[in-house]
Design a protein around this ligand. Structure first.
Ligand SMILES: NC(=O)c1ccc[n+]([C@@H]2O[C@H](COP(=O)([O-])OP(=O)(O)OC[C@H]3O[C@@H](n4cnc5c(N)ncnc54)[C@H](O)[C@@H]3O)[C@@H](O)[C@H]2O)c1
Length: 382
């Protein structure tokens, strides 16, 4: 492999450009190409984003100088595209959810494993320094035995009946929406921080808008607010706007999560509160530079992100001094730093520090069990 790692990005709607910005902040990585739905759109986007080469997917795969491919397309394309990238012997970083069914995810894990190539899933929210701080504090015994976990992930961008996106269509997004789209991040963080495994789930979903008004022209994610009321078609909705899930963990402790895409004023708020026998943690992604540490015997603490105050194992995720806030775009940079370090070696490490296809598979597994539980209105084993 050449000294500079050459990357291509497939899909340049909302998150594709976030991958691009993050990659531009990493030394020795060059985004040489992008892929879009058709050549005309690819050319236009390449010009806009300052990327030298533009392709449709099959043509990009034939470029032998491209070492790694980022898949940032709607969920239903992840499986076929990730598989094709691995078969073309390129490393792959795929957006979450890894696929739209467990079988697809299982297949991808197998193919990735036998290829030996680097495979990662963009569970970037793990890379807030305070999330890793919680994990490291737990590993050092500063949380104690986990008593309970309470999480939520709330958004409002699908609040109105006129809000519309491909995520509302199961053939593009999968059978679950709020759980797969944002619950997957929260469930990933829950297991990542606590080191526990979810063993059983009991879910209850609601679809607040039973029908939605679909715009008759195509729109990109989060741009719905700019549309006028004209030209909508009423369509039935059969995925969840909101879900509550009770959780049981392998140490006997219990928890719950609530996810919603229709909570006015909550823009993109992941919140997790973990109660342990030594202390408790609360982290809120809308205030990601702070960690609340609850104490019984003395005053509670508010830890502000600062490379000299977090644990040594966390300081690699902090690029700026205390008081210089880091946020969502930094999480991708920190994740890619670890993934590209592996790409430099040419193969997937035995114990990767970053989320892999196996982690993507696990979220699909939990997600499918949650959907099953909601259907049966009963506890389901993972
Ligand atoms: N990790 C995160 O925080 C995060 C945040 C947002 C989205 N995502 C994930 O990223 C993915 C994309 O979401 P988005 O919000 O950017 O969607 P989007 O609709 O804004 O963008 C999707 C892009 O893919 C392109 N595309 C569609 N079909 C294609 C094809 N066959 N070949 C090439 N390009 C094609 C579209 O033209 C568009 O530019 C989803 O899987 C989503 O779950 C992750």
């Amino acid at each position: 492999m050449s000294q500079t790692i050459k990357a291509a990005i497939v899909g340049t709607g909302f998150i594709g450009p976030a991958h691009l910005e993050a990659l531009r902040r990493i030394p020795n990585v060059e985004v040489v190409a992008l892929v879009e739905l058709n050549q005309a759109l690819a050319d236009e986007k390449a010009k806009q984003l300052g990327i030298p080469r533009a392709y449709v997917f099959a043509d990009m795969l034939n470029q032998s100088d491209i070492d790694v491919v980022h898949i940032c397309t709607p969920n239903f394309l992840h499986y076929s595209q990730a598989k094709a990238v691995l078969e073309a012997k390129k490393h792959v970083i795929c957006e979450k959810p890894l696929a739209i069914s467990l079988e697809e995810a299982e297949d991808l894990v197998k193919i990735a494993k036998s290829s030996g190539l680097v495979n990662a899933v963009h569970f970037n929210l793990r890379y807030y320094p305070m999330v890793r701080q919680m994990r490291v504090m737990r590993e050092k015994g500063e949380l104690g035995e986990v008593y309970s976990i309470m999480g939520s992930y709330l958004q409002d961008w699908l609040f109105l009946q006129t809000d519309y996106n491909w995520r509302l269509e199961p053939d593009k997004s999968g059978d679950s929406r709020a759980i797969a789209d944002i619950g997957s991040h929260l469930l990933d963080i829950t297991e990542y921080v606590t080191g526990l495994k979810i063993t059983q789930v009991m879910a209850d979903f609601s679809t607040v808008h039973k029908t939605r008004l679909k715009p008759l022209k195509a729109i990109e994610t989060y741009s719905g607010k700019m549309l006028t009321e004209a030209d909508y078609q009423e369509v039935p909705i059969n995925t969840e706007d909101h879900a509550t899930v009770l959780l049981r963990f392998d140490n006997g402790s219990k928890g719950s999560i609530t996810v919603s895409q229709v909570n006015a004023g909550r823009k993109n708020r992941l919140n997790i509160e973990i109660a342990g026998s030594v202390s408790a943690f609360e982290f809120n992604s809308e205030r990601p530079n702070e960690l609340w540490i609850g104490k019984r015997e003395k005053a509670n603490e508010q830890l502000m992100k600062d490379p000299s105050l977090v644990h040594r194992e966390v300081s690699t995720l902090v690029s700026f001094p205390g008081g210089h806030n880091e946020g969502f775009p930094d999480t991708s940079k920190q994740l890619f730093k670890e993934v590209y370090a592996a790409i430099t070696t040419g193969k997937q490490p035995e114990h990767p520090s970053y989320p892999t296809f196996a982690d993507g598979w696990r979220e699909l597994l939990i997600g499918e069990r949650i959907v099953e539980s909601n259907k049966k209105q009963a506890w389901v084993n993972i």
